[in-house]
Design a protein. Structure first.
Length: 320
């Protein structure tokens, strides 16, 4: 029986494995991820502001329940010809079918000092560790370039911390820019536009940030919302999906954010759970049945920009 290797233990990978096991208890499955825990990204902000709990599932326990071989490692490259996945500091893995469910990753802004504790690109966040930092931090800087950054800033404002918003521009808010500026002012959030973060200052831990005014702000936590791209850079050359699920290579499939062609049209990578689950179920059935099902019924993105902006403003009860 042909095996399946899944890269990524996010919403896409986890739901794909669950559906595979609903359909077939015997097919060999492997799961590769750098993390050792699964959590729902959409719950992170509410967890930080103590509005809800964050359910964290150890991947060892999940894999034991679903009879999956778990490999905690970073994928360095994939050879589609020899069908091998090369890992950092671990032996390579062979596969018959490969599902790349590695989601989105933040664009790297090459900020000096970004290795320091307390500096986070949004796709690399460790929610429990960040909450520990939030309990001892008084000054927070958030660089914003998408709606996710705006949502993060509004969430952090509930903690009564000194939160500063930095952005090159807020033009991505369109006609809602003035409404959101009013909301940010109401929440006592200082806004600096036309700037970029140049350096995270400190020794092992961030103590301050330098921006391009130039100016230095005290900060124990720095969040970088730099925008996102599909996380599929595992091949010698950039690959473009042929269609929903299909990579240019036989037996290699792209699921969820990893298969996105238009990341800029996705409002938030943490708000795609329902769509990703639909994709996962569909692909699992396709692989188990070994036949092409009717074309995947794509829906409009769940978080269209204008709809989300209006909804977010309604949540905070701000007239616009």
């Amino acid at each position: 029986m042909k095996s399946i290797c899944v890269i990524g233990a996010g919403e896409a990978g986890i739901n794909f494995i669950k559906e595979i096991r609903n359909l077939n208890r015997d097919i060999p499955l492997k799961l590769v991820d750098t993390r050792d825990k699964y959590f729902k990204r959409r719950d992170i902000f509410n967890y930080w502001s103590s509005l809800s709990k964050l359910e964290v599932l150890p991947l060892v326990d999940f894999c034991a329940e679903y009879s999956v071989e778990f490999v905690q490692a970073k994928v360095e490259r994939i050879n589609p010809n020899t069908k091998r996945v090369f890992l950092k500091d671990k032996p390579s893995l062979g596969f018959d079918n490969l599902v790349i469910a590695s989601g989105f990753k933040s664009k790297n802004l090459s900020i000096k000092g970004d290795f320091r504790e307390g500096f986070w690109y949004l796709s690399d966040i460790e929610p429990v560790k960040v909450k520990d930092y939030l309990s001892i931090s008084s000054d927070i800087v958030v660089y914003v370039s998408t709606l996710l950054g705006i949502k993060l800033v509004l969430s952090l404002s509930l903690l009564k911390k000194d939160v500063k918003l930095m952005a090159d521009s807020l033009d991505f808010l369109g006609d809602y820019q003035e409404s959101f500026r009013g909301l940010l002012k109401e929440r006592n959030i200082d806004v600096y536009t036309g700037v970029r973060i140049e350096e995270a200052i400190g020794e092992s831990i961030v103590k301050a940030v330098k921006i391009s005014l130039p100016k230095v702000f005290s900060s124990q936590l720095v969040f970088i919302d730099s925008g996102f791209k599909a996380n599929r850079d595992f091949f010698e050359e950039e690959i473009i999906p042929r269609d929903v699920f299909f990579s240019p290579f036989p037996d290699i499939y792209l699921l969820g954010g990893a298969g996105s062609l238009h990341v800029e049209n996705e409002c938030f990578f943490i708000d795609m759970d329902e769509e990703v689950r639909r994709e996962a179920v569909f692909l699992a059935k396709m692989l188990i049945n070994r036949e092409q099902l009717p074309y995947f019924p794509q829906e409009a993105p769940l978080s269209k920009k204008e709809e989300y902006l209006a909804g977010l403003l309604q949540q905070v009860k701000l007239p616009h």
